[in-house]
Write a protein that binds this ligand. Structure first.
Ligand code: DON
Length: 303
């Protein structure tokens, strides 16, 4: 299969969807992003990468960082994480508070904001600097040493972070955070603010397609752990739209309110698509449409 031709065909197909939806408004620095951007990249398991459109233009990774956080904690800490966070879909919005009280401060999964705060807390305890650990990992895997935090986005999110602060304090009241709430929030906001392109993210997510092997051939995750991260991405990676994403795309995926989505075809490749217009559940409209069309034309869903 000629990847460039497939991606060109996908880009042509989704052109009518580009600009649809709403750019995230609740983080003011993200509201300024041009809604008409679209890019898609594919990195095969050998690290060859190809793309179309705005595939080399950096954007805010936001919740896509949660997939990397989960992998980094599983790599160092194994299954112990599951005592502090579940792995069931929440069926609720990514920033919802409602289940936490009934479920004793244990978030449903590592990809809703509450779960990601617990993962960040654990990564911080394990490494002494959660956000820098993630940035260093993403630089190494993408082969792009220029990757950086965006301080404007991090500040913007911190200044409008009451919901995440509420989640963190609530979990702290149940003893489910080891570090002080302001520290956990700071590292969470910084990791969400990392700027990467589709190219960078497709390469950085390569270990998920290589059953846990990093770009340099060393092992980050066992095959079983890589399977588990992909499984949680399939069931929880697009929040209360995970069922629809599985139905349309049929791949493990992780979205972010910056408009990016990574998707994994285990054993074959990692994709990243970006277009900032979001649907009501916080997933890129053109991004989901592109992945839907990609798996339709290639017949490469996991189903
Ligand atoms: O905490 C937040 O709300 C954002 N930093 C990330 C949310 C997000 O990306 C949800 N994904 N679709």
């Amino acid at each position: 299969m000629h990847y460039q031709d497939v991606l060109d065909e996908v880009a042509a197909h989704v052109a009518p969807h580009i600009g649809r939806g709403q750019v995230a408004q609740y983080i003011p620095a993200l509201a300024a992003v041009d809604p008409d951007r679209f890019g898609i990249a594919l990195a095969d398991v050998d690290g060859n990468v190809t793309g179309v459109g705005d595939w080399e233009r950096p954007f805010s990774v936001q919740s896509i960082s949660k997939a990397f956080g989960l992998a980094l904690v599983l790599a160092q800490d194994g299954e112990k994480l599951w005592r502090r966070v579940g792995r069931e879909p929440s069926g609720n919005p990514f920033n919802s508070l409602v289940q936490l009280e009934h479920e004793n401060g244990i978030p449903r999964n590592p990809f809703i904001n509450a779960g990601a705060l617990v993962v960040t807390d654990r990564l911080h305890s394990l490494t002494g600097d959660a956000s820098t650990t993630m940035l260093d990992f993403l630089r190494a895997e993408s082969g792009n040493p220029d990757l950086a935090f965006d301080p404007v986005v991090a500040e913007s999110e911190s200044g409008h972070g009451d919901r995440n602060a509420a989640l963190a304090h609530f979990m702290a009241s149940y003893g489910n955070l080891d570090n002080p709430v302001p520290t956990v929030l700071e590292h969470y906001f910084w990791q969400c603010s990392i700027e990467m392109s589709c190219r960078d993210l497709a390469l950085a997510g390569g270990f998920l397609a290589r059953h846990g092997l990093r770009a340099d051939g060393s092992r980050l995750l066992s095959r079983r752990e890589a399977k588990r991260v992909n499984a949680v991405m399939l069931t929880c990676g697009t929040y209360d739209a995970a069922g629809d994403f599985a139905y349309r795309v049929g791949l493990p995926g992780k979205s972010g309110v910056g408009g990016g989505i990574i998707a994994v075809i285990p054993g074959r490749c990692t994709l990243c698509v970006w277009s900032p217009g979001l649907d009501a559940r916080g997933n890129s409209v053109a991004g989901v449409a592109a992945l839907d069309h990609f798996t339709t034309v290639t017949e490469w869903s996991v189903f």
